[in-house]
Structure formats: structure tokens, C-alpha cells
Design a protein around this ligand. Structure first.
Ligand SMILES: [Zn+2]
Ligand SMILES: [Zn+2]
Length: 381
């Protein structure tokens, strides 16, 4: 599916100001919110699409990259970067975004009370790691060691951010992290639950910040993963390792590590789904007389029998020599396209033999060529 231009999605000009972007997002997100469009899959898609567009255009850096490179902007293919995905819906929760833009409405902005208070649980950011694989690695499976820079909980304060480990209950919200306000709006009576601005929704206040981490409860570190790559992956496949990503500020849930797989181009094979295709050149005499030739496969060399009279461009199939289907026992084939090699340099001896052979032509030419010569004759006679 082709991705729509983010400006087009939000109905904006390319030089739109931040407040216009926010305004456009607010009105469109409100329009397409699934709560207002129950069982409307199209509206939900639109809701996600405007969320994605807003998440990029509202961020100066992402917007600049998007303006320059469009949807193919770097960050998708670079090495792992702190802070998770640059673009795309991966790692972006459109509802979370919606809540944050609408100022922390509890969970239902449409005037219905949700009852239970939504706990604000902080979540660490995701880490994206790119792994480039050869076709051989994809066919046989492999384990890759990757080292990533990661945010870990500070050991000095056990991730609390506080030197003493004591956090004071917020006096403004009494520890709930939320302030409730009731107001009238276009949608009727709205219970507006906003995040407490004193404690930032945590319900607790930090008085004695840890000197090691400065109060975030986070320190920079490194982590090494052994990634077992399943056989048959293709470009665009990814693996999500839940809870292995960056730690969250002062406790909370850890983010994920997302391993994205990429395919290196191969000098012999091209991949077509689970099949691989290669080209082999044979000599004229092998094609005419038939031969057994050596063919490379992703798992070593095999011999392929070429029938006598093989025409150039003929395809041979080596069963089960392709790539295993992801999560299955089936395996693709290797297709071998045979072409006839015409040498540009020949020895004196070869020349002599070929001249002798030429003396037989065209009466020795095979059936397929006859109509051609006949046609040529027809033209000239
Ligand atoms: Zn508070
Ligand atoms: Zn600390």
C-alpha cells in the first residue's frame, strides 16, 4: 500500500506552522476517533494515519528529515538509534498520542465516565536494531550478536531517582497524578481528567535527586543480545523483544527491542519469495551435446544435468534448494536459467574447429533456425 503524504493526510500546506499542525490533528483525530465511529475500520485506519502524520510533523527533526527524504527518510535503515523508530506506526500508540495531545483525558473524552482511574505507567522507549543478512544466512538460519546502547535503571538509587529512596506524595493531586475538571463542550458534559502539573502524573515528588543519574533513575549503558534469526525471514520482517528496551524514567515498564531484518544483495542469486534464481552459462557444445554442470546453491554445490539440445534461456528447477518458508517445513526451489556462452576470444585451434563446423552450416542447423534462414532467403530472392 502506498503511504499518503503526511501533509495531505492532515490537509496542510508544506509550510504549515506548529499550531496549524496541532489544530489539524485535533480536529481530524476527533473526527476519526474509534469511539465516535464504532465498527468503522476505515475510520480507525484514518485515525492511525493522522496520528502517524502528526507524530512526524510535530517533531522538528523528524519533519525536516521527512521534508527532505519523504517516507524513505533515514532512520529506518540506519543503525540502532536511541529513542526507537523515527517514522512509522511501530512503537507509536495512536491512543496514547491522542491522550497526550488532548491534555491527558482519562481515557474517554466523549463524556462517558470510564469509572476506573487510568494509572499512568511510564514506559521506556523502544530500541531499533537493524540486522543485515546474506541469503545463505536466511536459508540456513544464524545467530547474530548485537551490542546496543541502552538506558538502564540507576543502581545508586535503584531506579527511583531519589538519593534517600523516599518520594513525597504530591500535595496537589494527593498521589493520584490526576486533576479532574468537569466542563461543558461541543460533545456535551466532559469530565476532563488532566495530568497533575506539579508531579507530572507520577503522584510523587522528588525532593533529593540522586547525584549519579540526576533524578531520572536512568544511566547509559550497553547490552549485548544473541539474536537467533529464524530461517526464511525477508526484508521488512521484524522481531519484537518485549521489555528488553530502554528502562523508563523512575521505574515503570521497559520499552522493547525491535530487530528489523534486511537482505544483502547476492552476487549470484536473486530471491523471488522462497525461490532463488541464478544464471549459468554453458558452452555451445555442452548445450548441443548435453552435459552435467556444477551449480552453486545456498547450501553448497550440486550437479545439474543439461539435456542435449538445450536452448539458451531454458530454466531448470532444483527442488528444495531455495529458502525455507518462514515458520514452516516447506522450502522453495532454485531456478537455474541456462544461457549459452559465446566467447569473445578463441585459440587458433578452436578457430580451426569452428571453421570446420561452419562449413557444415546452414545445412546442419537445427530445426528451429530453419524458418529464420528461409525467411532471410525469401527477403533476398
Ligand atoms: Zn500531583
Ligand atoms: Zn540514580
Amino acid at each position: 500500500m502506498n503511504k499518503r503524504d503526511y501533509y495531505e493526510v492532515l490537509g496542510l500546506d508544506r509550510d504549515a506552522e506548529q499550531d496549524e499542525i496541532k489544530k489539524a490533528y485535533r480536529s481530524m483525530a476527533m473526527k476519526y476517533h474509534p469511539n465516535r465511529n464504532p465498527d468503522d475500520a476505515q475510520a480507525e485506519e484514518k485515525f492511525k494515519e493522522v496520528g502517524e502524520a502528526y507524530s512526524v510533523l510535530s517533531d522538528g527533526n523528524k519533519r525536516a528529515r521527512y521534508d527532505r527524504f519523504g517516507h524513505a527518510a533515514p532512520g529506518m535503515t540506519g543503525t540502532q538509534d536511541f529513542g526507537g523508530f523515527s517514522f512509522g506506526m511501530d512503537g507509536l500508540d495512536p491512543f496514547e498520542l491522542f491522550r497526550s495531545v488532548f491534555g491527558g483525558f482519562g481515557g474517554d473524552i466523549f463524556g462517558r465516565q470510564t469509572g476506573a482511574r487510568q494509572q499512568r505507567i511510564r514506559r521506556g522507549t523502544d530500541l531499533k536494531v537493524d540486522i543485515k543478512l546474506t541469503l545463505e544466512e536466511i536459508a540456513e538460519g544464524t545467530t547474530k550478536k548485537v551490542k546496543v546502547k541502552i538506558l538502564k535503571p540507576c543502581q545508586a538509587c535503584s531506579g527511583t531517582g531519589s538519593k534517600s529512596g523516599d518520594l513525597e506524595t504530591c500535595p496537589r493531586c494527593n498521589g493520584s497524578g490526576e486533576i479532574q475538571q468537569v466542563s461543558e463542550s461541543f460533545f456535551g458534559r466532559v469530565v476532563n481528567v488532566t495530568v497533575c502539573n506539579l508531579c507530572g502524573g507520577e503522584g510523587k515528588i522528588l525532593r533529593d535527586a540522586c547525584e549519579v543519574c540526576g533524578g531520572d533513575g536512568l544511566v547509559r549503558g550497553e547490552k549485548t543480545f544473541d539474536i537467533k534469526v529464524p530461517t526464511g525471514v525477508s526484508e521488512g520482517n521484524y522481531l519484537r523483544m518485549k521489555g528488553e528496551g530502554n528502562a523508563a524514567v523512575r521505574g515503570g515498564r521497559k520499552g522493547d527491542v525491535i530487530i528489523a531484518f534486511y537482505e544483502k544483495s547476492h552476487n549470484l542469486f536473486t530471491r523471488h519469495g522462497d525461490d532463488v534464481l541464478c544464471e549459468m552459462q554453458v558452452s555451445y557444445s555442452d548445450a548441443v551435446l548435453g552435459a552435467s554442470i556444477e551449480v552453486p546453491t545456498l547450501s553448497g554445490k550440486v550437479r545439474l544435468k543439461i539435456d542435449p539440445g538445450t536452448q539458451t534461456g531454458k530454466m531448470f528447477r532444483l527442488r528444495n534448494k531455495g529458502i525455507p518458508h518462514l515458520n514452516s517445513n516447506r522450502r522453495g526451489d532454485q531456478l537455474v536459467r541456462v544461457t549459452i556462452h559465446v566467447p569473445t576470444k578463441i585459440s587458433t585451434e578452436e578457430r580451426k574447429l569452428l571453421e570446420e563446423l561452419q562449413a557444415f552450416s546452414p545445412k546442419e542447423t537445427s530445426g528451429n533456425s530453419k524458418p529464420f534462414f528461409k525467411k532471410v532467403r525469401d527477403i533476398f530472392i
